[in-house]
Ligand binder design. Structure first.
Ligand code: FAD
Length: 565
């Protein structure tokens, strides 16, 4: 019987690397097969993760330029912006995912359902672990010429006790669990043996975190309770149900325009979704949540809220593998993400052939460099020495507008600079104290953690790398790229990455809000249709678009499927 190779990979493993693990070869060394012989000479590109960043990169890569291997524990791409809709059955889980093998196939690559554990930078090896047929983890090395880290982030626990009593919303499994728990609680609340007190607890839903994910989940939950509950659970009274959002800041959606976050709060107040601002969760118990709240007089009051369901959605922190890599590298000073240069190359990686994109990464901040360079240009145009430059407030506003468009995350610090400039204008001293300005600029750079951890940014970075890798492949056919001999090839073939903020949007329960670079608006049904159309257009494939349209149609005709399994 002739044996049939299941994959080009792993057929002739040799051992090596610091841990003496099998090193997986990328091709069958078969000179009789021209196709396979040709593959031997292609640079090996290993991509870790199948999220927004990695998929945008895969979609942008020219076929057959690289020998691509994608490693991820998830063999699908998840369209996260619509995940809150799947937690209550507005959309089906399948409509939000695209099998990643379909995307990898486009570039003629391999996919491994496995997890990156570590990287041996000097030997260009990624340590990978996969659960084998015997249920035990198997470790091996994958060699690379170029490595892209797109491993995303994890939920930030903020050191709070009892998070095992919470749900999270990062992945498709989380959405399934949430859906099952919500329906389970509704079913339990209907049992004749359930006491009134217990019923109120089961029907108390708490969301910890007033960012877009928490707010959108609360809105979807509210929609479901209002639209389908009375029909299918007539025994439950609407007044017995409560939905609360606990937010540490003074407003929910605090990264959006102030008017929009107020609109969302008013909408929630109208819909009887309780918003508890200036509140910090201390502990989550199996049946209640403890938090402290600052009252109007600034006094801290401890409170306890009985609950049957809690969603923990309070921001992101570094994935385990990213933490491990950051510790190994010089120049990685950011606790929240792996730092890259503006070409998205990992700071400290010795050969300049490792890139990091999306939530796991942050581009080293150079906001102050930009401000200083804008000011220097202005001084030069006026024929003045920048050290003694006096600029008027109007001129400063122009500089600030340009910087804010480029670095939306600098908005707060720019406001402080703005106050400083106004003071100078009042003084009419005619001289700007560059020392004080520099101190403020230094603070801007150290306090800015990263560009926003959004799909938008990850997608743009993936697209950027796709375009650059195509250029690199054409610029250097057959040669091993980025070796010191060739200098900074990245810089030679392509411009540095520039983030363009296209705006933010959020669903807030039969209404939606939009914040497009200073232009903000909100509204009811029309806005909801606009919100849907934007995501519909951005959806990853024709297949998912068809499924989304079918889900919306099905829900409009028959309501949501109120069952757990
Ligand atoms: P991810 O998309 O998180 O993908 C990470 C990938 O890495 C996954 O495939 C994972 O399985 C894989 N991985 C993890 N560990 C390893 C490992 N050790 N080895 C190999 N692979 C690994 N952003 C917006 O812009 N707009 C929105 O409306 C929006 N809504 C959101 C709603 C929700 C519910 C959530 C959770 C997020 C939302 N976001 C939104 C944020 C957005 O999803 C993230 O910013 C985006 O997913 C980041 O993309 P990424 O490629 O960096 O990582």
């Amino acid at each position: 019987v002739e044996s049939i190779p299941v994959s080009d990979l792993a057929l002739h493993p040799r051992r090596g690397g610091p841990k003496n693990l099998p090193i997986i070869e990328y091709f069958i060394d078969d000179d009789d097969c021209p196709e396979k012989k040709e593959q031997k000479h292609k640079p090996k590109l290993v991509i870790l993760g199948t999220g927004w960043g990695s998929v945008a990169l895969l979609k942008g890569l020219n076929r057959d330029e690289y020998h691509v291997t994608v490693v991820s524990p998830s063999n699908y791409f998840l369209f996260t912006p619509m995940l809150p809709s799947a937690t209550v059955g507005t959309l089906e889980l399948r409509s939000l995912v695209e099998p990643v093998r379909r995307i990898v196939h486009r570039v003629g690559g391999h996919f491994l359902k496995a997890k990156a554990e570590d990287v041996e930078f000097s030997e260009k090896l990624v340590e990978v672990s996969a659960i084998g047929p015997d249920g035990k983890p198997q470790h091996f090395y994958l060699p690379y010429d170029k490595l892209v880290l797109g491993v995303g982030s994890t939920t930030n626990p903020h050191g709070v006790k009892g998070l095992e009593n919470c749900h999270f919303l990062k992945d498709i499994t989380d959405a399934r669990l949430i859906r099952n728990t919500v329906i389970r609680n509704l079913e339990l609340a209907c049992l004749p043996t359930t006491s009134d007190e217990e019923r109120r607890r089961l029907l108390s839903f708490v969301v910890s975190g007033g960012g877009p994910t928490g707010v959108e989940f609360a809105a979807e939950l509210y929609d479901m309770l209002n639209e389908d509950l009375t029909r299918y659970f007539p025994k439950i009274l609407r007044c017995e149900i409560s939905v609360h959002v606990i937010q540490s800041r003074s407003h929910i959606l605090n990264t959006y325009d102030e008017a929009l976050s107020k609109y969302a709060e008013e909408r929630f107040a109208h819909d009887q979704v309780g918003v508890l601002t200036n509140s910090r969760v201390k502990e989550v118990r199996p049946d209640s949540i403890l938090f402290s709240q600052k009252d109007e007089n600034g006094k801290i009051v401890e409170k306890e809220l009985p609950m049957g369901f809690c969603l923990w959605s309070t921001g992101v922190s570094q994935a385990e593998v990213s933490q491990r890599l950051a510790k190994k590298l010089d120049g990685q000073n950011n606790k929240h993400a792996l730092e890259t240069d503006t070409h998205l190359r990992l700071v400290g990686a010795p050969l300049g052939d490792v890139y990091a994109i999306g939530d796991c990464s942050t581009v080293q901040n150079n906001v102050s460099d930009h401000i200083v360079s804008f000011l220097r240009t202005m001084a030069w145009e006026k024929g003045k020495d920048p050290e003694t430059l006096h600029i008027h407030y109007n001129e400063w506003r122009q500089v600030a507008r340009r910087v804010k468009a480029r670095f939306p995350q600098a908005a707060n610090h720019l406001r402080r600079l703005d106050n400083l400039f106004q003071q100078y204008d009042k003084d009419e001293s005619g001289t700007l104290d560059f020392g004080e300005l520099r101190e403020l600029l230094r603070q801007i750079d150290s306090k800015l953690t990263s560009l926003p951890a959004t799909a938008q940014r990850a997608h743009q970075q993936g697209q950027y790398l796709g375009r650059k890798f195509n250029k690199l492949a054409q610029a250097a056919p057959g040669m091993r790229m980025n070796e010191v001999d060739y200098g900074d090839l990245d810089d030679a073939v392509y411009k540095p990455f520039e983030y363009r903020h296209m705006g933010s949007l959020a669903y807030i329960g039969n209404a939606a809000i939009f914040d497009f670079n200073g232009m903000s608006f909100s509204g009811g049904l029309l806005a909801v249709y606009l919100w849907r159309s934007i995501y519909f257009a951005q959806s990853v494939s024709f297949r998912t678009r068809v499924l989304l349209a079918m889900d919306w149609g099905k829900r409009a005709m028959f309501g949501r499927d109120m069952m757990n399994f």
